[in-house]
Write a protein that binds this ligand. Sequence first.
Ligand SMILES: [Zn+2]
Length: 319
Amino acid sequence: MKKIYCLDIGGSFIKLGTGNGDGLEEVGTIATPPEYGAFVDRTAAFLETNGFAPQDRLGVSIAGSIDADNGSVHAAQLPFLASVDFASDLAAALKARLGGPMGQAIRVENDADCFAMAEATFGAGRAFDNVFAIILGTGVGGAQVYRGALLRGFGGTAGEWGHGPFIQKQDPSLPGFVPQFACACGQKGCINTIGGARGLEAMHAAAGNPMRDSKAIIDGWADGDTGCAATVASYVSLLSDALALTLNITGARIVPVGGGLSNAPALLSVINGEVQRKILQPRPEPLVVKGQTGQNGGLWGIYAQLLREAGGPNEHDQP
Ligand SMILES: [Zn+2]
């Protein structure tokens, strides 16, 4: 079997893993270069240094939405990717270094899609055939894997439960009022505007509290601070409304959670309880659970996708 090379590209670091069907080895990390030319060149050099050959498979997990028409990536942390075809430019750089064209096109997938593949194949969802994975990170992401396959949908938008005007206009004088914050997608009141760490902080400030970071708000909630408790109550209420609707539509059996807020077990437990209470068919086991592939979900997810394309994962694989 051809060797599989997996890159996970984030705003600060680029991680590399390699595998041959018997598991993924996490090989190393480099800092993400700040400018596009250096970014392509150093990524190609990183692969060459670690033995990449033109016949090997290469997959990339990247934080951002990928344009299905031209391969450009809209990534908030890496704005220089917005107007380029990263996969073609990386293939050209590798061809120049290695002296021959690549055997197969580079596979580029969004990080939420990779996290869902990782969890469905190797993580918390591996016992279930219908997995809806969510990321509660800076903002909100999501993706569904059904019987081992990623559901893509029109324009690759399947699973994007964080977008669409969801938060309704209310009387600002009522307790629990949450503003319709503007979303990067162009709508207002998306779950993406309140469901991640920045959203939790924005809700807390909009309620008249001093600015605090998400960890301080969650810690304050645990310590009985009334302002933090009110913010977390509004957060859990809105998030579980949207997630319950999503689960009634998708019928998913389990929801592995990734991103920074997945590291707050008490918060996940409360979200799980509220979602179970709001869905048509409560699931027999805990439904909203911390993902098991953690910081390397991107690597394991693109690995799972390439393995699937090569004929399926090996039972010995483990994250
Ligand atoms: Zn949106």
